[in-house]
Write a protein that binds this ligand. Structure first.
Ligand code: CA
Ligand code: CA
Length: 150
């Protein structure tokens, strides 16, 4: 006896990969009138993966809809729409550009509503992204996180 260990927390090595976990998004004001048809993608080294809806298609949203997958609860006053899931791809944490984007389906070329550039580095703790766009007549928020991935 006689020796005390300080703390006791084992600090993990930073993970070599990051996992993109979509949490929610809110359509406070639409890009079009009535409904927007939205989807979320991740783009890395020229390859596009769709996170939501999983794999393909888009979701029709109305004003004040909060599309909830996980994480923080929907803001007061929004229309909670839950029980959704999202694809959660992992990427090498090598500092190369990773883009996470909320997009709106359109015949004449889809609109990018929110675009978040990330240059992922090895992490040992979850990083949270809370993005908001209130420009060009629409107002959306996009919430996701990066988790260490091994
Ligand atoms: Ca549009
Ligand atoms: Ca549209």
């Amino acid at each position: 006896m006689g020796s005390l260990l300080t703390g006791g927390a084992a600090y993990a090595e930073p993970a070599p990969m990051v996992k993109v976990v979509l949490e929610s998004f809110v359509a406070y004001d639409l890009e079009e009138s009535g409904h927007d048809e939205v989807y979320v993608i991740a783009q890395y080294e020229g390859r596009v993966r769709q996170l939501f809806p999983t794999r393909t298609g888009e979701l029709s949203v109305a004003r004040n809809d909060c599309i909830y997958i996980g994480g923080d609860s929907c803001p007061p006053g929004t229309n909670y729409r839950g029980y959704y899931s999202a694809y959660q791809p992992s990427y090498t944490a090598n500092g190369k550009l990773l883009m996470v984007a909320l997009r709106e389906d359109d015949i004449s070329g889809d609109d990018t509503l929110i675009n978040v550039p990330i240059w992922p580095q090895p992490i040992s703790e979850t990083q949270y992204f809370r993005e908001e766009a209130n420009i060009n007549g629409y107002h959306y928020t996009l919430n996701f996180r990066l988790e260490p991935s091994y």
